[in-house]
Design a binder for this molecule. Structure first.
Ligand code: DQQ
Length: 500
């Protein structure tokens, strides 16, 4: 191919070739950030999964490293599926799911001091089977942490006719594990698979952490919640990240409330987080494709890693997300608009901003019932109505009740003239005290990450016309207190092909 693919993101991490899915082993080790990921370099399809590896000193630019884990004869012969990195007294150690004969079991590998060479434990798998006597829907993915003098591990699973779960284990050496029991069992009979908060028949990629101060298992000095993140799955279409807030104590988790982690659902899937050396909790998620398997293979690449985002707990214990501030290093060509009033009778505002790689920050003041629309990737030459033929629209709306309630919506119905791509509506509630909204829109060609007062909505879009206009419109009365926009620089130089 002679030309770069216009849909391939340029400041999000993508695999050098083929297929990428879940983030794995996310960590900071002696100052260097490590991102491993589910990888198939052979093509843009999920098969014989390896662990790709990239490193960074700033969470912004990434250096490709050799593949860390590859399937080999034995318990991971069919794939090295998701897992984590832990520090075993100075020895970097991976705990991952080895796939063999269509099932997955926990495996361990130890790394060289630079984390580039990995040796699988000859005793793999380190747990020989799921808990005896339990009819599991699946059994894979790991969350491992130190508690006192022991290691603890969660393995994601589900119990047939009941719901998703995570099995808790304990070990002194990461090799011999004692089964404790299910940490907590979801109830799949509540709601149904079409619900955006259905907890599924299996929990993929469980991630348990204390949000705020203190570490897992310690008495909380303040109201910092414990959070159990999981990707709800069934063998139909359900795939979305959720979290329970609650308290992990002793051998169980007492849930307080269930929340959606990202309103994009499957477009921010299998998230994994870590605490970096500065004490921040940083999370990555897999931004999967919204096009057909055939279209991915044809494109030659599939899957985008989200920007790393910080995770903090709001006063009510729910989570707030923001791209790590380091990302601002990529900002170029600043443009801003002075305060503006927008309203029903006013024409959409041509902001003068354009681009396919953008970082937009808006501060908005909405009257009760008002709605603000931000259009991106807008094409010209549209229908006689004057609206562009393609445009991706982000909407924030304040509830009519005048209280601090509102919502965020991503309207992709006109994102693409290609009828085959995913255009499902994505939306959810957003707290809007006093009608104020801080809206951040990060656009990287087919990747879009939206944050409204810290609530996240992540998705993919596939415009065909190459439009890059940004417009603003409103219904009711709204004020744009400020709008700042930057184009975003590429993170890979010409030595890493934009083509697999
Ligand atoms: N992807 C991995 C699994 C995990 C799933 C396989 C989540 O370990 O359950 O590539 O996307």
């Amino acid at each position: 191919r002679a030309e770069a693919d216009p849909l391939r993101p340029r400041f999000h991490f993508v695999s050098p070739a083929g297929w990428l899915n879940d983030p794995n082993g996310v960590s900071q080790w002696n100052g260097t950030y490590h991102l491993f990921y589910q990888y198939n370099p052979e093509g843009a399809f999920h098969h014989r999964i390896q662990w790709g590896h990239a490193t960074s000193t700033d969470l912004v630019t990434w250096t490709d490293q050799p593949v860390a884990l590859e399937p080999s004869a034995g318990p991971d012969a069919e794939g090295c599926w998701s897992g984590v990195l832990v520090n075993d007294g100075g020895t970097p150690t991976l705990v991952y799911s080895g796939r063999f004969e269509d099932r997955e079991l926990p495996c361990v590998a130890v790394g060289s001091p630079d984390l580039l060479n990995w040796t699988k434990d000859p005793a793999n798998p380190v747990i020989a089977a799921p808990p005896a006597g339990v009819d599991v829907t699946a059994y894979r993915d790991h969350c491992v942490w130190r508690e006192g003098t022991k290691w603890r591990q969660l393995v994601g699973s589900g119990i047939r006719q009941r719901g998703g779960t995570a099995f808790l284990y304990e070990s002194a050496d990461l090799r011999r594990w004692d089964y404790i029991g299910p940490l907590f069992i979801g109830d799949a009979s509540q709601g149904d698979p079409a619900d955006t908060d259905w907890t599924g028949t299996m929990w993929e990629c469980v991630d348990l952490f204390r949000a705020g101060h203190g570490s897992l298992g310690s008495a909380p000095a303040d109201g910092s919640p414990d959070v159990l993140v999981f990707s709800a799955w069934n063998d139909g279409d359900t795939r979305h990240p959720l979290y329970w807030t609650g308290r992990y104590a002793g051998d169980s988790f007492e849930p307080a409330a269930l929340h959606r982690l990202d309103y994009g659902g499957r477009f921010f899937y299998a998230p994994q987080s870590f605490e970096d050396e500065s004490g921040r909790r940083v999370m990555f998620g897999w931004m999967q494709e919204g096009r057909s398997d055939a279209a991915m293979v044809e494109a030659g690449w599939s899957g985008v890693m989200s920007l790393p985002r910080t995770v903090t707990a709001a006063e009510d214990g729910t989570l707030r997300f923001a791209p790590v501030p380091e990302i601002k290093k990529l900002r170029r060509d600043h443009a801003s608009l002075p305060g503006q009033v927008l309203g029903t009778l006013l024409a959409p505002l041509e902001t003068g901003v354009s681009g396919k790689q953008l970082d937009l920050e808006l501060d908005l003041q909405l009257a009760p019932g008002a709605l603000v629309r931000v259009g991106v990737l807008g094409s010209t030459g549209g229908a006689t109505s004057g609206s562009p033929a393609e445009e991706t629209v982000i909407e924030v709306r304040r509830a009519v009740d005048g209280a601090g309630n509102g919502s965020l919506r991503l309207d992709r119905t006109r994102s693409s003239l290609d009828p085959a791509v995913d255009a499902e509506d994505k939306s959810g509630p957003v707290p809007m005290p006093g009608g104020r909204v801080h809206l951040r829109v990060i656009l990287d060609r087919s990747a879009v990450e939206i944050f409204a007062n810290g609530i996240a909505l992540t998705a993919r879009v596939y415009p065909t016309l190459g439009g890059d206009h940004v417009s603003l419109a409103a219904e009711g009365t709204a004020q744009v207190l400020s709008l700042n926009a930057w184009t975003m620089a590429d993170i890979f130089d010409g030595t890493r092909s934009l083509f697999p």
